[in-house]
Design a binder for this molecule. Sequence first.
Ligand code: BGC
Length: 750
Amino acid sequence: MKNLSFIILVLLVSCTGSHQSKEDQFVQNLLSQMTLEEKVGQLNQRTSQWEMTGPAPESSSDLLEDLKKGNVGSMLNVAGVAETYEAQKIVVENSRLGIPLLFAYDVIHGYQTMMPIPLGESASWNPQLVEESAKAIAEETAAAGVHWTFAPMIDVGRDARWGRVMEGAGEDPFLTSALAVARVKGFQGNDLEETNTIAACAKHFAAYAFAEAGREYNTVEIGDETLHNIVFPPFKATTEAGVATVMNAFNTIQGLPATANSYLQRDLLKGQWNFDGFVVSDWNSIGEIQTHGAASDLKEAAERAIKAGSDMDMEASAYVKYLAELVEQRRVDEALVDDAVRRVLHLKYRMGLFRDPFRYCNEVKEKEVIGSQAIHELSRKVARESMVLLKNEEQLLPLSKDVKSIAVIGPLANDKDVPLGSWRAKAITNSAVSVFEGIQNAVSADVSVQYSKGCNLAINERSFYTELTLSETEQADFNDALDLAKNSEVVVLVIGEDCFQSGEGRSQTDITLKGQQLNLFQAIYEVNKNVVVVLMNGRPVAIPELAQKAPAILETWFAGNQAGHAIADVLFGAYNPSGKLPMTFPRNVGQCPIYYNHKNTGRPNKSDEHVFWSHYTDSPNSPLYPFGYGLSYTTFEYSDLKLNKNEMTTLDSVMVSVKVKNIGERIGEEVVQLYIRDLAATYARPVLELKGFEKIELKAGEEKVLTFSLSAKELGYYLPNGSFQFEKGAFKVFVGTNSQELLEASFIVR
Ligand code: BGC
């Protein structure tokens, strides 16, 4: 509590001091005119499926009244210039102070034009490209009158069972941080006042991805050391990059709901990290404090949440119902409410909404920007950089231009919807380029390209909101597909998951391919060995049989609107694949959570005939495909790993250089990855930690020397109490093409 009063004091002093900025003065002045109810209204976020044919849906008549009274500070799910204009007009024309609404929307990988899902984009390991993508997404979103996206999701996720790994950047905190910052920069640009930028939201604070057994919304038990070293770094990085908002999380951590956790929100985020934006709760996560059993009623939940630093209440209506009363009863200090309101008003000011609440409402711009050719071209570029070549025996890929007949087979081969992925905002149903279409467009007229579905995905329902149901195992009748496969030179088999198998509420205990898909592969493989498997999925999948038999496998995630074109670009070599896995692919679900940066354990290896070492009796420990893995059509040779010194002090840095040469015959891009291992520290450190990467392009025969620097920032770590420590001792450094194929050197910190 001491800490908290201090923060508030500093805030008050800075607002009344002589160097008060125009913005501070404006906000302070406005705040001083507001009644307690009006203040609370700014902390209330409501949803709507807004209809222009009537100002508000019937069920939302109380919402309409609340808007008019100024009881709503922000709305989610109101999107489109006409819709946002209408809602904004109601508020500014009817409420006493006319404080404009902030419109928020889950724009996760596109507003209408879909980029690849975030996990896919992350496989590009290209922060510049990811930033460009977020910028284009922001332009479309802002053109639709929306001010604020609930993205990026920066939960480090290790468990493929958890469906929301599709929204994140994978299992590594260093990669996630770099891409999270890129996304924030892309969304927010240099100045939130520009009407082609939107406010970002780093979510979910914190540890949501550590749900036990990968089951959605489940309890989180996580140690402090893992919180500080794995979960928090992306949040710290986005805070430093100026992210406008942070969303808290549904889960409990060590028994305490994240939404009621004042260590997370006040001490760490707003305290130590100086976050000056606001925290929005997750959907009804204030209400769920009660469901968790950590508040006896909604009023107590509101009290706990505001005290813990949750500034805006999404859809629980807990603040609007009880906050004023709590203040009047002196259970909550009004200064806490003021601090929260001030944070919200600052963002509205920064976005220029007080000058003109309708400045994002431009119908001409909306038509021009949304779905432009430029954004579709970018989507294709991002999609092809996201793809990961998992296998390519005897250089089956790229397919020769001379190939005369191609069979495009599989439940996803001609699907125009699944590539759009989950969390698809205003994507147009069935608007993606299918693989079949992409291949047809890529080849000349004399190549025979034919399609056969082969089997279904075994998913009955396809919707974002409703439960997925698996259909009864269908009778396998692959006859048409097999005839086609027999009579074609090469088969492109497109299989994987439905796009709504991953995303929120989509955890699975089985991550193999559903239905008859594997049988279809096996039957086809019997009649034609030239099978290129194209995978679409939102999580790592367990595909040991494919990995063993299929000569070529291309991971394409859900690649967005231009999926088919981008996949054809890679299949025919117009683009040389460069993606690397941002998440480990397990052999089987029993290995989950499996991640490269694990601890060594006390018994990592078998030393003699006994069984008493850390292993399974029915599966190897090793993954199917490791973190950072991905092939190219060319080959990169690593050599000359050198350090500029073998000893350093804790104040010093060591320079690591490596030579990378393209020894193949085509131009290609490589993600050069640097890992470290702290061999002995007070707390056991991971066997490998990514601490640097660079994506480079090399022409055939070209070589390049890359240099990385390692100092305290990379070599130190957080103790469980949150203090950062750089310990002396022996370190190893590794550089290579993935987390398993690495050159190695060592040095000592004295
Ligand atoms: C999700 C959030 C999302 C919010 C608003 C919640 O269920 O966890 O990530 O932003 O809904 O749609």
